[in-house]
Design a protein around this ligand. Structure first.
Ligand SMILES: *Cc1c(COP(=O)(O)O)cnc(C)c1O
Length: 222
């Protein structure tokens, strides 16, 4: 099936208020162009260098989202153009984003990635640690960062009860943090190819979908 066909099929299943981030990681720029030609403008990538390469090659009205774990020394590759960083999982990376955004005289939208999955390996803040960190009022000195919401990844399992539990927890964290940040804290990024319908049922308003649109990723090539 073509990228355009898959994209149309997915879009027809998403409520109007849900923003689609098309995850193009490990797919060539041509595949992104195909989705772009079919009308998609928001794309997500998980490696800074790959994101930078695609930014250089592709139309400049694409809105690029960083969704993968970000090392502090890589922020500089994407700071000049990235629209939103979903994967903010530590104070160190926040400080690095502030510093690089200031150098470019930009304000960068970020989401807190919160760990809820049962796997040990998944990244993200422990919620209690995030709360403790926020009590220090770090954003008083971060004028180049705009906090827009929460991102999370559910446990990788077929057990729907577990996945639903993870999404409900993310939703609860999102609601709990909202009063602190106000109206611009409006984004709950959860749901991927395998679980986006459930994520939407649980309150997601931004889904990050890759393989459904672009097909399976070939991990043997990199
Ligand atoms: C790869 C990735 C996705 C997309 O996954 P698919 O299963 O291909 O839809 C979404 N979110 C994050 C954080 C990812 O790394």
């Amino acid at each position: 099936m073509s990228v355009a066909h898959q994209l149309a099929s997915l879009k027809s299943r998403l409520p109007q208020y849900v923003t689609l981030v098309a995850v193009s990681k490990m797919h060539p720029a041509e595949a992104v162009q195909e989705a772009y030609d079919a009308g998609q403008r928001i794309f997500g990538e998980s490696r800074p260098q790959e994101l930078r390469e695609k930014y250089d090659l592709l139309p400049k009205d694409i809105e690029w989202h960083m969704i993968g774990h970000l090392q502090t020394n890589k922020v500089k590759y994407i700071a000049p153009f990235v629209r939103m960083i979903h994967s903010v999982d530590s104070a160190r990376v926040l400080e690095a984003i502030q510093k690089e955004a200031a150098k470019c005289d930009r304000v960068i939208d970020i989401l807190f990635e919160i760990h809820v999955a049962r796997e040990e390996t998944k990244t993200g803040w422990n919620y209690e640690e995030l709360e403790t960190y926020l009590k220090e009022d770090p954003f008083a000195s971060m004028p180049n960062i705009r906090v827009r919401g929460v991102m999370g990844i559910a446990t990788n399992t077929d057990d729907e009860k577990v996945v639903r539990g993870d999404f409900e927890q993310l939703r609860a964290h999102f609601e709990a943090l909202k009063p602190r940040f106000g109206a611009e804290f409006d984004t709950l990024s959860m749901g991927m190819s395998g679980d986006y319908p459930l994520a939407i049922e649980c309150g997601s308003n931004m889904v990050r979908v890759g393989s459904y649109i672009f097909g399976a990723r070939d991990y043997s090539k990199k």
